[in-house]
Design a protein around this ligand. Structure first.
Ligand code: UTP
Length: 270
């Protein structure tokens, strides 16, 4: 069983500047909840019971958000506002934090979780990719059957593939692939229309692979380089996520997600 997840949240959020100077992308509100809460709820629904959030100096707001607010809780209790009290209670999951001193790449952020994961397989969930659907649970189900690394995939239109890591692999069954190679941001001839999305399940071998990764030309340690090492050493699967994915670093998708949840809420009320 997968019980641990790492949520790297120490990036600069450059696409969403200037607001990300003071408000982390992970705290952008969607229906009065910060976006990172959707990811934490997705983890809880998948049976994960320990999370490590990688933060940075400017992300203390995330730590404060998931803390108890005793004064507020007492106020709501006295006022008999139990529905609101449920909303402000901290999520029922153990959350640990570590700090990444500077944004040295997603691979570096994940590697900070080495002691946290120990010898256990673990999930990595990127908090700027929100999945409306089962999300990480679908990858965990594959891991339990195959006992090997699993990457979340989404189908992307050809014109947009150049923004993603695109897989080359063979189909094992409907929605499941054995990955042979990942082509980063292909300018032409993408090997498929399946892009790697911010959900992963790894064995601790990933940590050993990341130790060997050298910084790229921008000075960052890339998670993809660690994954390429795993691909060279053994089996790695890709599971097409059935849920809808929203990249909240994209203004359009951030708004699209709010519209979608709003419509869904209206439908549920009727
Ligand atoms: P992104 O590259 O999508 O996010 O990283 P970013 O750098 O914050 O935003 P943009 O692209 O400049 O707008 C994916 C996730 O990995 C985390 C980010 O916080 C984000 O949730 N990350 C990235 C780290 O924790 N550390 C890093 O060094 C880089």
């Amino acid at each position: 069983m997968i019980k641990k997840a790492i949520i790297p949240a120490a990036g600069y959020g450059t696409r969403s500047l200037p607001i990300t100077k003071v408000i982390p992308k992970e705290m952008f509100p969607i229906n009065n909840k910060p976006s990172i809460q959707y990811v934490v709820e997705e983890a809880i629904a998948a049976g994960i019971d320990q999370i490590l959030i990688v933060v940075s100096r400017s992300k203390n707001m995330i730590v404060d958000y998931f803390d108890d607010s005793l004064e507020l809780e007492m106020f709501l209790q006295k006022a008999n506002k139990s529905a609101l009290l449920d909303k402000v209670k901290r999520p029922n999951i153990q959350i640990f934090y570590t700090r990444q001193a500077y944004a040295g790449g997603l691979g570096q952020a994940v590697r900070l979780g080495k002691e946290f994961v120990g010898n256990d397989p673990f999930a990595v969930m990127l908090p700027d990719d929100l999945i409306v659907g089962r999300g990480i649970k679908e990858l965990i189900d594959v891991y339990e059957e195959k006992n090997s690394h699993v990457l979340g995939l989404t189908e992307v239109e050809t014109e947009r593939l150049q923004n993603y890591g695109v897989i080359q692999g063979s189909k094992v069954e409907q929605g499941l692939y054995e990955i042979r190679h990942i082509v980063e941001k292909p300018k032409q001839d993408p090997p498929s229309n399946l892009a790697v999305t911010g959900r992963y399940v790894f064995t601790p071998e990933l940590m050993a692979a990341l130790e060997k990764v050298v910084p790229d030309q921008t000075g960052e340690i890339q998670l993809t380089d660690g994954i390429q090492r795993l691909l060279a050493a053994g089996k790695c699967y890709g599971k097409v996520l059935t849920g809808q994915r929203f990249d909240i670093g994209s203004e359009k998708e951030y708004i699209d997600m709010q519209h979608m949840l709003f419509k869904q809420q209206r439908k549920d009320q009727h």
